[in-house]
Design a protein around this ligand. Structure first.
Ligand code: MSP
Length: 507
């Protein structure tokens, strides 16, 4: 089975923040891991441009929507680059290939008899880009945006979502893993079971979007356009190739909890209507909620949390994103937590382990280690189930639990240093035991560096390099004791995580 992972495509009406980077980082961690396991992978991210709110911001700035989108898209293309995500393609919904595909997709739904014309008279929240009912509102306002939705009355094309209720329930019953985690599956399923209303797939009041093929006076509703990106990208990301053959329907959609209905209800029904298989899985993660204090780099210079990458580098931010909140749950995190983990976990637990190990090999053995794995070694025992355990966590999207499992081994290796006290072995002339201990530490470090590669790719390379390993050999089969061979030339490693002054956090 191939592994195709997607992030939501982000609205370009404003600039990116750490919450958007969060999904992109998580998707990248997943895809890097599956590459290590030899899977054929594809990773898609990008932007959602045909939103009413994009058109509005453009007007405010005196630009056409296209000019505005072109002016801001660079900031969004920077997100995967800044977090060192290895996406295979970056989609823009204004791409000609996407627009043509959306038109064809809607035509297929129309030809299937699932689209009809009616008048939409109701509320629309531009913040959500969603049609609202009174029941969705609190004191007449959208609770997410704290704004009153607008009254819209226009002739629209509607999709018969209501007629897909039974098919959707059958899908959920047949595939209990379709939506994860389980509580999100239950949430989506009960929404379907409570009865579905048809929804409008077109907009008449605004010209920004993909023209409806049989009624070019109207454009596709932004969600009817955006969801299709997961499929359209596969048709033109590699000119001359149709990647759908390899990667559809093996898609895993990662989404935040705010967009469950669109992905877990609308999208599978739209796919069924257009004659496509539904995606393999949808994983819903919670929000990374930052405490609302501001951080400042130096006097009065307030930085966006995304700018923490400039302070700490991509690896510590990726590490923190995976570790600070259990993936799938919501969590409020304090920004100090990043600094604290940088010092305690990255610099001390991991960085010092490498520094000490390489320094001892230099000092006691002139930079040489012997290739002597021992089946009865404590380190062999310590790492014996690591590869399987971590892989199992990944298969359940548990990137936080997988990271904790790796950290257990790191803590175990640090304990091993203390228990064995190689400096005493050296002083007492216990040469064989010293050599065996240092071998084990190198092998243990090699294993954790390999397992950590999806989270902290640069750090992983630097560790492997310091150990004299081939930095490109990070296949999952190498997460196993005893693969280190005899070598010379190990020098004391530079600190992996040098001291950084903590950015100040102000109320
Ligand atoms: N354009 C739609 C998605 C279309 S997908 C076919 C959209 N865009 S968005 O810009 O609002 O991005 C929403 C996504 O950004 C969320 O689903 C989530 O993945 C991510 N996040 C935004 N803020 C977040 C947090 N504070 N925490 C975690 N993720 C968050 O909705």
């Amino acid at each position: 089975m191939t592994y195709y992972v997607t992030t939501p495509i982000y609205y370009v009406n404003s600039t990116p923040h750490i919450g958007h980077a969060y999904t992109t980082i998580a998707a990248d961690i997943l895809v890097r891991h599956y590459r290590q396991r030899g899977e054929e992978t594809f990773f898609l991210t990008g932007v959602d441009e045909h939103a009413s709110k994009v058109a509005r911001v453009a007007v405010e700035q005196g630009l056409s929507p296209m000019e505005f989108a072109d002016s801001i898209v660079g900031a969004w293309q920077e997100v995967p680059r800044r977090v060192e995500a290895t996406n295979d393609f970056f989609i823009r919904t204004t791409d000609a290939g996407h627009k043509a595909f959306v038109a064809e997709f809607l035509q297929r739904m129309y030809d299937a008899g699932d689209i009809y014309e009616d008048v939409y008279a109701g509320l629309y929240c531009v913040g959500c880009e969603a049609f609202k009912t009174e029941a969705d509102l609190v004191d007449g306002k959208c609770p997410l945006h704290d704004t009153e939705p607008e009254w819209i009355e226009e002739k629209n094309w509607f999709f018969r979502l209501s007629s897909y209720q039974d098919r959707l329930l059958a899908l959920y019953d047949e595939r209990p893993d379709f939506v994860q985690p389980r509580f999100r599956y239950n949430e989506a399923r009960s929404f379907i079971a409570s009865g579905l209303q048809d929804f409008s797939v077109s907009r008449a009041g605004q010209p920004w979007g993909v023209p409806i093929p049989w009624d070019p006076e109207q454009v596709a509703y932004v969600w009817a356009d955006a969801l299709v990106n997961y499929l359209s990208a596969l048709t033109y990301a590699r000119p001359g190739e149709d990647l759908r053959e390899r990667f559809w329907p093996s898609a895993r959609h990662l989404i935040g909890k705010d967009i469950i209905r669109f992905h877990c209800v609308f999208w599978p029904a739209m796919l069924m209507s257009a004659g496509y298989d539904v995606p393999h899985q949808i994983f819903v993660h919670g929000y990374l909620l930052l405490d609302d204090r501001k951080i400042s780099k130096s006097l009065g210079n307030v930085v966006d949390p995304l700018d923490l990458i400039d302070v700490y580098g991509p690896d510590p931010v990726r590490f923190w994103a995976a570790r600070a909140v259990a993936f799938g749950q919501d969590g409020t995190v304090a920004l100090e937590g990043l600094h604290e983990r940088y010092e305690r976990e990255l610099a001390n637990d991991l960085g010092n382990l490498l520094s000490r190990t390489t320094a001892m090999i230099d000092r006691f053995q002139g930079g040489e280690i012997g290739g002597v794995p021992r089946a009865d070694s404590e380190v062999a025992e310590l790492v014996s189930t690591l590869g399987d355990d971590v892989a199992r966590h990944f298969d359940a999207y548990e990137i936080t639990a997988a990271l904790e499992r790796i950290w257990e081994v790191i803590r175990g290796l640090n304990k091993h240093v203390e228990t064995k006290a190689p400096w005493h072995l050296a002083k007492d002339g216990k040469v064989d035991e010293l050599q065996a201990t240092l071998y084990d530490l190198v092998d243990g470090l090699r294993i954790v560096a390999t397992a950590l590669a999806p989270y902290v790719p640069d750090t992983s390379r630097r560790i492997l390099e310091a150990l004299g390993e081939n930095v490109d050999e990070i296949g999952w089969e190498r997460v196993r004791y005893g693969l280190t061979t005899a070598r010379a030339g190990i020098a004391p490693a530079q600190p992996l995580f040098p001291r950084i002054d903590a950015p100040a956090v102000t109320a």
